[in-house]
Design a protein around this ligand. Structure first.
Ligand SMILES: Nc1ncnc2c1ncn2[C@@H]1O[C@H](COP(=O)(O)OP(=O)(O)OP(=O)(O)O)[C@@H](O)[C@H]1O
Ligand SMILES: O=P(O)(O)OC[C@H]1O[C@H](OP(=O)(O)OP(=O)(O)O)[C@H](O)[C@@H]1O
Ligand SMILES: [Mg+2]
Length: 421
């Protein structure tokens, strides 16, 4: 074959963009290559950050001015990333409660997700440059973070465990986003042969289950379900899947029990099903998760994960607290600080802020009170107010807290530890 003169490839290296980010060791792509001569290059060496590899090109039988080549991409070592992304990709659930809650959290953290067109699956975040938001089904959020197509995302922990299949490529950055709280559990009928069955061990011990007549479990969680039932000694089990309304299956006679999410328990109850002791597989809520390799190898990805984590932490920590400001009687700031630290259970973050309150008495300006500012968990507000009053407090003002930024978030420290492991 004649050696071809210099050739230009449409789109250059970026022209290799492909739906799959990881190409198999030898894959054929139909690429339009613009060759000045129409003669194929037998082999072109390509160098990318992930190593060098070869393009072997063959002219298709019908040669035209823009010939169609079959390109064999192969190279030494591991499969190659076809595209080197410079953008940072964040995946958010595209529908349902998780979509609403994730967007709500982003908004509360002053991260404005802007979709240019409501029918598009991509958006940007005005506060985070170079970040692309991709809206995906929850299962795909996990799959795409796992295979590196996306760098990070928000999803339910149940989905992360089911579709992540314990992959080491996934790393949880924030494990408690405080929405989507539920648990994955076995639900069995509260009537018939199950009426007196109240625990997982009782269910496993039922003599009914044989190879020919296994326990039939319907679930959307076959990976977790199989592992869980095997671990708990179930020998004869048949798992089947359905997309929704699993609670109807036992009454229809198509399953003996279900493995599904439970939150308030209403759906189980209204379908004459019950939970059993030992039947909970895992607790779940929204989590912020990332691709481990992307965090380790791309500093810009780690920086964005860090910033988002800080915003989430600051907001979520604050959302459980109130700011309380009170005027305290006392002879000095030290005396008031002493009372707050020793006579109440609410010292504030590092300690109370104490400042003099000036009043006018008989034409003279004097300090009669000291104002203190502390933060108090919402659930303990009334208790705190009672303690402050007892310690000489009056004029107590309470307002919601928006953010608490600490020196460094403990979760970020933990993330760095986990990345080293
Ligand atoms: N009842 C619930 N209460 C709280 N969180 C839930 C509940 N059901 C599901 N979730 C959480 O929401 C995630 C998405 O649930 P699901 O796929 O059922 O979507 P959805 O929001 O219910 O929308 P739809 O079922 O209408 O498609 C689950 O993976 C889980 O983390
Ligand atoms: O304990 P509860 O508060 O009743 O919630 C549990 C129900 O919530 C989820 O269903 P969802 O409402 O998402 O309907 P789906 O089956 O259409 O997903 C889950 O699959 C249960 O059916
Ligand atoms: Mg649902």
């Amino acid at each position: 074959m004649a050696v071809a003169p210099p050739m230009t490839m449409q789109g250059g290296a970026a022209g290799l963009q492909h739906q799959q980010s990881v190409l198999p060791r030898s894959s054929y792509l139909g690429l339009q290559l613009a060759s000045q001569s129409g003669v194929a290059l037998p082999c072109v060496k390509f160098t990318s950050r992930s190593g060098s590899f070869n393009l072997r090109c063959q002219v298709s039988p019908s040669s035209t001015t823009l010939p169609h080549f079959n390109v064999d991409i192969s190279g030494p070592g591991k499969p190659l990333q076809s595209v080197e992304r410079t953008t940072i990709r964040l995946a958010l659930p595209s529908k349902g409660r998780m979509a609403e809650d994730s967007l709500g959290l982003m908004k509360d953290c002053e991260l404005s997700v802007r979709k240019l067109n409501p029918r598009q699956y991509i958006a940007d975040i005005s506060e985070l440059k170079n970040v692309e938001v991709w809206f995906q089904r929850a299962s795909d959020v996990v799959r795409k973070i796992k295979n590196g197509d996306v760098d990070m995302g928000i999803v339910g922990y149940d989905m992360l465990r089911e579709y992540g299949e314990d992959s080491e490529d996934l790393i949880v950055v924030h494990d408690a986003l405080q929405f989507g709280q539920c648990h994955l559990a076995i639900g069995i009928p509260n009537y018939g042969i199950f009426e007196n069955v109240n625990s997982l061990s009782e269910l496993a011990a039922m003599s009914l289950w044989t190879e020919d007549r296994p326990l039939r479990v319907v679930t959307g969680y076959t990976y977790l379900g199989k592992k869980f039932l095997e671990k708990h000694g179930f020998k004869h089990v048949q798992l089947s899947t359905a997309d929704g309304a699993l609670e109807a299956a036992p009454a229809m006679g198509t399953a003996d029990c279900i493995l599904d999410l439970v939150s308030s328990g209403t759906t189980l109850r209204e379908n004459n099903l019950k939970e059993i002791d030992g039947g909970a597989v895992l607790s779940s809520q929204g989590v912020f998760v990332a691709n481990k390799k992307a965090l380790l190898e791309r500093k810009e990805v780690l920086d964005v994960a860090h910033e988002m984590l800080e915003r989430f932490e600051a907001h979520l920590t604050a959302s459980g607290q109130f700011t309380v400001v009170a005027n305290m009687r006392g002879d000095s700031a030290d005396e008031v600080a002493d009372k707050i630290l020793n006579k109440t259970s609410y010292p504030g973050l590092q300690g109370p802020t104490v400042s003099p309150v000036y009043t006018k008495k008989g034409g003279k300006t004097e300090v009669a009170y000291y104002a203190i500012a502390i933060c108090v968990p919402k659930s303990q507000l009334y208790h705190a107010v009672r303690q402050l009053r007892k310690a000489g407090g009056c004029g107590v003002l309470v307002s919601p807290l928006t953010y608490i930024f600490d020196e460094e978030t403990p979760r970020y420290r933990q993330l760095l530890e986990n990345l080293k492991a």
